[in-house]
Design a protein around this ligand. Structure first.
Ligand code: HEM
Length: 205
């Protein structure tokens, strides 16, 4: 199999993997299989898949470097845009289905419930990243400014984890596990950044 065909097949597989949870959720909603509180389950599942894909997106660079597979980087944008789609649907379900577009109640929620304030901040910061993910935007911004802007992701994902941690009432283990994965992924970046700077110049003979 040629490299191009293999790349195309992997690309289709990435698309299907990102789309599968959404299709499964849509099917469960259609089938009435979302349990006793379908709206809450829908919001929660869309949120958790948004967070998972954000973490997968953050894992691409370390994986590409560790496995020496630079071609993996090409999937980062697709995964990031799917993460944004899940978060957008998560927010839309909250606004439209949970709150029935009651903007006053939504405003109150944003102001009074810290987990909603943090979730909203993460979403607002995510929008410019999604908007600037086209080739045209990358060219317009220039790679340096584009890269600087996209460093916002290092703030957005921790906010997503904090949002999850604050809304959980009893078992804090799931958000802590996501937090540990995030710490590992960010820790790798700090290590990768610091390594060449820490390397001691060899002593002259
Ligand atoms: C990057 C942005 C966001 C991420 C990654 C995210 C992620 C999550 C996660 C992981 C959960 C818990 C899922 C579970 O319990 O299994 C959740 C729940 C929830 N999120 Fe978000 N979220 C984000 C933004 C928002 C925004 C902008 C809002 C609304 C303004 C929001 C409202 C909610 C609500 C209402 C719940 C359910 C709380 C409950 O059932 O008690 N989220 N979110």
């Amino acid at each position: 199999m040629g490299r191009e065909t293999r790349d195309r097949l992997v690309y289709v597989a990435v698309w299907l993997a990102c789309l599968a949870p959404l299709l499964w959720l849509a099917w469960q909603a259609y089938d009435g299989a979302l349990g006793a509180n379908p709206i809450e389950r829908l919001i929660r599942q869309l949120g958790v898949w948004g967070l998972r894909l954000l973490l997968v997106g953050l894992a691409i660079t370390p994986l590409a470097r560790i496995l020496r597979q630079p071609r993996l980087i090409r999937f980062r944008r697709t995964i990031g845009l799917f993460a944004f789609t899940y978060v957008l649907l998560h927010l839309s379900t909250y606004i439209g289905v949970d709150q029935f577009f009651d903007w006053q109640a939504i405003g109150k929620d944003i102001a009074k419930r810290p987990y909603i304030t943090i979730g909203m901040t993460a979403f607002v910061l995510l929008v410019p990243l999604a908007v600037t993910s086209t080739n045209w935007a990358i060219r317009r911004l220039g790679p340096l400014r584009w890269r600087k802007l996209h460093r916002l992701i290092y703030l957005i994902v921790p906010l997503g984890v904090a949002h999850y941690f604050l809304l959980v009432k009893a078992d804090h283990r799931p958000p802590l596990i996501y937090g540990a994965i995030l710490a590992l992924l960010l820790g790798w970046r700090v290590w990768d950044w610091a390594r060449p700077r820490l390397r001691v110049a060899p002593a002259r003979r």
